[in-house]
Write a protein that binds this ligand. Structure first.
Ligand code: GTP
Ligand code: MG
Length: 202
C-alpha cells in the first residue's frame, strides 16, 4: 500500500501524448489552489516532487508520476482560475474533459474540494459533470487543518463537508466515497493510499 518510489514521467498537453503502457492511474483534479500538488507530495512523502505555489495556476499540463513502478498519480491543472484568460479556461475544460472521457486506464478521478471555505458553484458544476458522465469519482476534502474564520464563511471544515455532500447528492445514484485530508498534518494520507490500492485490485 505504501509508496516506496515515485518518479516524474512526463508532462502532456493532450490525452494522446500521455504514457501508453496501460497501468492503472488516478487523477487529482480540483479548483486552482485547492492543494492538488501538495496532496500528491504528501502521498509520496516528497516535499517538491510536484511543484506547488501560493499563486493559483501553477500546474499547466497533465503530469504523470509513476508510483512503485506499477501505477500512476496524475497532477492536473486546476479549474476556475479567475485570472487566466478566457481562452485558456475553455481550453482547460476541453482538454481535461477529453482526458476523463478517453483515458481508458483511469481508475478513478479524485475531486479535491477545499473544506476550509463554503462550496463554490464551479465545484458543484464539476461534480455534476463527473456524475452525469459516470466517471468514477472519489471526493477528497483538503485543508482540513484550517480553523474556521469569519472571512471564510465562519464554518468548520466538517460543516462545509456536510453541506457539500448534501448539495451534490442529486448528481449521483450512490454517494461517492469521500476522505478528509490535510497536506500539513498528513491527515487522510493512509486512507487515500489504502483506497487507491483497493480500487486497483478491484
Ligand atoms: P494549481 O496547480 O494552481 O491548480 O494549484 P494546486 O491545487 O496544485 O495547489 P497547491 O498544491 O499548489 O497549493 C496551493 C496553496 O495551498 C499552497 O500555498 C499550499 O501550501 C496550500 N495548501 C495546500 N494544501 C494545504 C493543506 O492541506 N492545508 C493548508 N493549510 N494549506 C494547504
Ligand atoms: Mg498544482
Amino acid at each position: 500500500v505504501d509508496v516506496v518510489n515515485a518518479d516524474f514521467v512526463k508532462s502532456s498537453v493532450e490525452t494522446k501524448e500521455c504514457p501508453c503502457d496501460g497501468i492503472p492511474e488516478f487523477a487529482l483534479v480540483g479548483r486552482s489552489n485547492v492543494g492538488k500538488s501538495s496532496l500528491l507530495n504528501s502521498l509520496v512523502r516528497r516535499k517538491k516532487l510536484a511543484l506547488t505555489s501560493k499563486k493559483p495556476g501553477k500546474t499547466q499540463c497533465i503530469n504523470h508520476f509513476r508510483i512503485n513502478d506499477s501505477w500512476y498519480l496524475v497532477d492536473l491543472p486546476g479549474y476556475g482560475y479567475a485570472a487566466a484568460p478566457h481562452e485558456v479556461r475553455t481550453d482547460w475544460a476541453k482538454f481535461t474533459k477529453d482526458y476523463f472521457l478517453n483515458r481508458s486506464n483511469l481508475v478513478s478521478v479524485f475531486l479535491l474540494i477545499d473544506a476550509s471555505i463554503p462550496a463554490k458553484k464551479i465545484d458543484l458544476e464539476y461534480a455534476s459533470w463527473l456524475g452525469q458522465n459516470q466517471i468514477p469519482m472519489t471526493l477528497v476534502f483538503t485543508k482540513c487543518d484550517k480553523r474556521k474564520k469569519k472571512k471564510n464563511g465562519g464554518k468548520r471544515p466538517e460543516e462545509n463537508v456536510q453541506i457539500f455532500q448534501e448539495l451534490i447528492r442529486e448528481f449521483f445514484q450512490t454517494t461517492p466515497p469521500w476522505i478528509m485530508t490535510s497536506s500539513i498534518t498528513n491527515q487522510g494520507r493512509d486512507e487515500i493510499l489504502l483506497h487507491m490500492s483497493q480500487l486497483r485490485n478491484y
